[in-house]
Write a protein that binds this ligand. Structure first.
Ligand SMILES: *Cc1c(COP(=O)(O)O)cnc(C)c1O
Length: 364
C-alpha cells in the first residue's frame, strides 16, 4: 500500500531518546530550548516558543496579540478546522475570505473586500506547504493597522520572495504525526518581538517566569524533552526532506501533464513549496469523477485523500454560529468539490511515483 503519509524519525534520534529515558529527563528542558532556538533560526525569526500542538500554538499566539473580545479575524474557509476553532476559542470572531483557485491560498483582494471596522487581524494559512503572499498581506494589514498571524502548520521550511513563515509577522507550526516534521503531537510559535515572546512563555507555563514566580494567569502548554529529541534531527534534515518532496512533486506533475481534466499544482515564482500535500484538481474534462479516481487508485493500493471535503463556512455548526461571518467564497466551494491529494512524502521512490502515474493514466 502506498500511503498518503509516513512519519520518519531519523535513526539518530533513537539513542538520544533512550538516554533521556534512562536519565529520567522527560519534561521541558534543554532539548526543548535548543529546538526552539534552532527552529527559529532556520526560519529567520527571533524567538521560538514550543508548545503542546499546533492548535494551542494558534490559540496562544492570538491571545498574545491582545485583540478586543469579539474582534474579527479574517481567514480562509479552505483549511483544517483548527484554524477557526482557535479563533473562536480565543473569544474572537471568524470572518471568511475567499481563496485563489490556482494556489488554494487566501486571496489578498478578498482580504481587502472583507475588512470592516471590527477587523483586527488576518490569519493566512500556508495550505499544502505553499506560502501565502505575505508581502501583499502584511502591506494591507499595515495600511489598516491590523495584526497578522500565519498558520504554517503545513509549511516547515517553506519560503516566498526570500521570506520564511513568520519572518514578517508571527507564525505557528504543528508537529502532528502526519506533518513534514512530526513528533506525534507538538507545536511551535515564532515571533520577532521580545515582549511578545516573554508573554507567550508565561502563558505556556502557568504564568510563571521562574519556579513559583507568578506574573499572570497561564496554563500548561509545554512540549516534552522526548518530543524535542525526535524533532531536532528532523530539523537538520528539513532541507533534504523538502527537496525530496519537491522531486516527487515534479515527477508527478511531469507524468500527469497530458492528462486532460487533471490540474497539477501551481508553484508560485521565487518560492520554495514544502509540499506537505501534492494536490490536484479534477475538472469536467477528466474521464472519471473524483470518487471514481479515488476508487481506481485504491484498487491499485494507492491511498488518496480529499483535504478538505467541506469548506469551514459550510459546516452546519458554524452556519448559525454567532461569532462566524460566512463571507462569499465561491472559489473555496469549487476547491472542496474538486481537490484530491496524492502521496508525495520522502518515503516514496521513483517506482512508487510511476505506479501512481500509471494508475491515473490507465483511466484514459
Ligand atoms: C495540523 C493543522 C493544524 C493543527 O495542528 P495540531 O498540531 O494538529 O493541533 C492547524 N492548522 C492547519 C492548517 C493544520 O494542517
Amino acid at each position: 500500500m502506498i500511503r498518503i503519509s509516513q512519519p520518519t524519525v531519523p535513526e539518530s534520534a533513537h539513542a538520544v531518546v533512550l538516554q533521556l529515558l534512562k536519565d529520567g529527563q522527560l519534561a521541558q528542558g534543554k532539548f526543548v530550548q535548543q529546538f526552539e532556538e534552532s527552529f527559529a533560526r532556520a526560519h529567520n525569526s527571533r524567538h521560538g516558543i514550543a508548545v503542546t500542538n499546533g492548535t494551542h500554538a494558534l490559540l496562544l499566539a492570538l491571545q498574545s496579540m491582545r485583540l478586543d473580545p469579539g474582534a474579527e479575524v479574517l481567514t480562509t474557509p479552505f483549511t483544517f478546522a483548527a484554524t477557526a476553532n482557535a479563533i473562536l476559542e480565543a473569544g474572537l470572531t471568524v470572518s471568511f475570505c475567499d481563496i485563489d483557485l490556482d494556489t488554494f491560498l487566501i486571496s489578498p483582494n478578498s482580504i481587502s473586500n472583507q475588512l470592516t471596522d471590527k477587523t483586527q487581524a488576518v490569519l493566512p494559512v500556508h495550505l499544502y506547504g505553499q506560502m501565502s503572499d505575505m508581502k501583499a498581506i502584511v502591506n494591507t494589514a499595515t495600511q489598516h493597522g491590523i495584526g497578522v498571524l500565519e498558520d504554517a502548520a503545513q509549511a516547515h521550511g517553506a519560503s516566498r520572495d526570500g521570506i520564511s513563515p513568520g519572518q514578517l509577522s508571527r507564525a505557528t507550526f504543528s508537529f502532528y504525526a502526519t506533518k513534514n516534521m512530526a513528533s506525534g503531537e507538538g507545536g511551535m510559535i515564532l515571533v520577532n518581538e521580545d515582549d511578545e515572546a516573554q508573554t507567550l512563555r508565561l502563558l505556556r507555563n502557568q504564568g510563571m517566569r521562574g519556579r513559583y514566580e507568578y506574573e499572570t494567569v497561564g496554563m500548561n502548554y509545554r512540549l516534552t524533552e522526548l518530543q524535542a529529541a525526535l524533532l531536532l534531527p528532523q530539523l537538520d534534515s528539513l532541507s533534504d526532506i523538502t527537496r525530496q518532496r519537491n522531486r516527487n512533486a515534479n515527477l508527478l506533475s511531469e507524468g500527469l501533464k497530458d492528462c486532460e481534466g487533471i490540474i497539477t499544482p501551481v508553484i508560485v515564482p521565487d518560492s520554495t513549496h514544502a509540499f506537505h500535500q501534492y494536490t490536484i484538481r479534477i475538472d469536467a474534462g477528466a474521464p472519471l469523477s473524483r470518487n471514481g479516481l479515488q476508487k481506481t487508485l485504491a484498487e491499485k493500493e494507492i491511498e488518496s485523500v480529499v483535504y478538505y471535503p467541506q469548506p469551514l463556512n459550510k459546516l452546519p455548526h458554524l452556519l448559525s454560529h454567532p461569532n462566524v461571518r460566512l463571507g462569499s467564497t465561491p472559489n473555496a466551494f469549487v476547491a472542496a468539490e474538486s481537490v484530491l491529494s496524492l502521496p508525495v512524502h520522502p518515503g516514496l521512490n521513483e517506482s512508487h511515483i510511476d505506479q501512481i502515474i500509471s494508475a491515473i493514466k490507465s483511466m484514459y
